[in-house]
Design a protein around this ligand. Structure first.
Ligand SMILES: Cc1cc2nc3c(=O)[nH]c(=O)nc-3n(C[C@H](O)[C@H](O)[C@H](O)COP(=O)(O)OP(=O)(O)OC[C@H]3O[C@@H](n4cnc5c(N)ncnc54)[C@H](O)[C@@H]3O)c2cc1C
Length: 386
């Protein structure tokens, strides 16, 4: 019999892997362990639910019990693994120890909090990175029983998607970020300005080029002070300033870890025999993609490897669709700073091709009607991990 498999994490990576393994091996004992509720949900839907006021239960396709049944696996919920002993093949869960045969780390990434929150204000300051977070924010909106005024800190993919989603749900939004235009890591300034314009037209206030300098209580509201001294008020603050791979467990266990995650080879093997890593926590041959498509490719390859057919991962060029219906955006971010962006278009409809010094396309960004060029341009773009 093959060694029992333990998967740490029931995000999209952990669950997809478990499904793929079960499809290839009906008998292998499997245990999934998660610090959260273990509901099976699609994380990308978190930033599309507030427009329709979707209750959290509507975002989960099944709870942990039905997940366990469908996988014929043990699923331990609200269980935080506190240590890994790779030599003895044991996990620590507080005082409990749990043996494993093979281990997969699918512990994801955690929101980065760039400032300290005074404890009294913490109940009104949120990050939304899993279904439990969505539950908490949803409950805070419900408690207000009126449209909320939400200040969003950070204008990357997550901040922009929540801005669009919350304003579509009738809430007031102010987007605050140090960059001059939204989605600055994906879009050159002309395209970012088009998105900012579409946001402004929909009623989203922006404080671009600014950071938060102070946060305090102002009656039943929060008072925010920007770095130029300007003040604004909000009911709730949503922090969307990036995610960092959850590497602490792996690092403490002596696995090779870098700033972009737990280091693995193309077979998703970590530096410790019998331990693999997958999803947002894994830095695969120097690349941590942090998107769904690479995670799916990884889950399929790793399931094959774990069931006796060693299979390396290869990610093709995959463009990201940013869920901002106010102005559709598709981007394939270049891995190096482009020598130039070649722009075509007008108004809010743009194609921007990132080129290296030899004129080779190394990425692209599309807005408005130009998003239909996605497939054509993706075919011509370089793969991320060949
Ligand atoms: C709002 C939002 C929108 C997104 N939209 C898109 C999109 O449109 N397209 C796209 O491609 N990508 C999108 N992404 C990114 C994508 O969702 C992620 O790449 C993916 O969901 C990561 O899955 P994961 O399983 O690696 O990690 P996670 O979903 O973070 O799961 C981690 C799991 O590990 C568990 N865990 C962590 N530490 C421990 C511990 N010590 N003990 C036990 N369990 C532990 C957690 O409880 C959880 O179950 C979006 C992300 C966000 C936040």
């Amino acid at each position: 019999m093959t060694a029992p498999l333990t998967i740490l994490g029931t995000g999209m990576a952990g669950i997809q892997l478990a499904r793929q393994v079960r499809a290839r091996d009906a008998a292998r004992p499997m245990t999934l362990i998660t610090a959260d509720s273990g509901d099976d949900y699609s994380k990308p839907l978190l930033s599309t639910g507030f427009a329709k006021g979707l209750p959290p239960a509507r975002l989960a396709s099944r709870d942990a019990l039905s997940l366990a049944e469908s996988l014929d696996a043990v699923v331990r919920t609200h269980t935080r693994v506190t240590g890994i002993d790779g030599a003895a093949k044991r996990l620590a869960i507080g005082a409990e120890t749990l043996p494993y045969g093979e281990l997969v780390l699918a512990t994801g990434a955690a929101p980065v909090m760039p400032f300290d929150i005074p404890p009294a204000l913490a109940p009104r300051v949120f990050t939304i990175n899993d279904l439990d977070d969505y539950r908490a924010f949803y409950a805070a909106l419900k408690r207000l029983a009126r449209p909320a005024r939400v200040a969003i800190i950070g204008s990357g993919l997550v901040g922009c998607e929540y801005a669009n989603d919350l304003v579509a749900g009738g809430h007031g939004v102010t987007l605050i970020a140090p960059e001059p235009t939204p989605l600055a890591r994906l879009l050159p300034e002309t395209l970012g300005a088009a998105l900012k314009d579409a946001f402004r037209e929909a009623g989203i206030a922006t404080a671009m080029g600014h950071t938060l300098a102070g946060l305090s209580e102002a009656g039943d509201r929060l008072a925010l002070t920007l770095d130029d001294g300007r003040g604004l008020e909000a009911d709730l603050v949503l922090v969307a300033t990036g995610l960092a791979p959850r590497t602490a467990l792996a690092e403490a266990a002596g696995l090779a870890v870098g700033p972009a995650g737990v280091l693995t080879d193309r077979y998703l093997a970590t530096s410790s025999p019998g331990i693999h890593a997958l999803g947002d926590v894994a830095c695969v041959d120097g690349v941590n993609a942090m998107y769904v498509q690479p995670l799916q490719v990884g889950a399929k390859a790793l399931a094959a490897t774990l069931t006796g057919t060693p299979t390396p991962v290869a990610y093709g060029p995959w463009p990201v669709l940013v869920k901002t219906p106010l102005l559709p955006v598709v981007a394939l971010a270049p891995r190096q700073a482009p020598a130039r962006w070649r722009l075509e278009g007008e108004g809010r409809d743009w194609s921007a091709l990132a080129e290296d010094e030899n004129g080779r396309m190394i990425g692209f960004a599309l807005t408005g009607t130009h998003v239909r060029r996605k497939v054509e341009l993706a075919r011509a773009a370089p793969a991320l991990l060949i």
